[in-house]
Design a protein around this ligand. Structure first.
Ligand code: ZN
Length: 153
């Protein structure tokens, strides 16, 4: 896969409950004034939710570009192994997993980005989150073994 430019955050709706969620240039986004800080604000005409451009910068400050990070996550969702991602993209397996952990804290935003840029299916997105356990739970850790007695004392 060649490096590609991500779609503009203002070209899609980021609300998972919206029928236009992740649809690029569907004609539902309009300019909607500015924030007090002067940032251009947009509104989805379908669900009335507003957004600003910075909604798309989930991985700000990481060593790799957001494009590279999303592409690795998209490859993972497309059933590529961590080993093959390492081979193709030159990104270490633990690095991809660290990105995925971070992505899991922003599930709605990451899914919108992946849907908009890589045309993944719902099933592929769900497969992605199974790598990190419970979807969307901030700081989710594997549950410890249940201590509840099962009768085998
Ligand atoms: Zn919407």
């Amino acid at each position: 896969m060649d490096q590609k430019n991500l779609v503009a955050p203002s070209s899609l709706c980021w609300n998972p409950a919206c029928s236009e969620y992740g649809n690029v240039d569907a004609g539902n986004i309009r300019k909607f004034g500015r924030t007090p800080a002067g940032t251009q604000r947009y509104q989805c005409k379908t669900c009335r939710q507003t957004l600003v451009e910075t909604i798309g910068t989930v991985f700000y400050g990481r060593h790799c570009s957001q494009e590279t990070i999303l592409e690795c996550l998209a490859m993972l969702a497309d059933r590529n192994s961590l080993a093959s991602i390492h081979r193709i993209k030159g990104v270490k397996e633990e690095t991809v997993m660290a990105w995925l952990q971070l992505a899991a804290e922003h599930v709605e935003r990451i899914e919108a980005l992946l849907l908009a840029n890589y045309h993944l299916t719902r099933a592929q997105l769900d497969a992605l989150w199974t790598y990190v356990g419970n979807k969307g739970e901030k700081g989710a850790m594997p549950k410890p073994m249940s201590v509840a007695s099962s009768g085998a004392a």
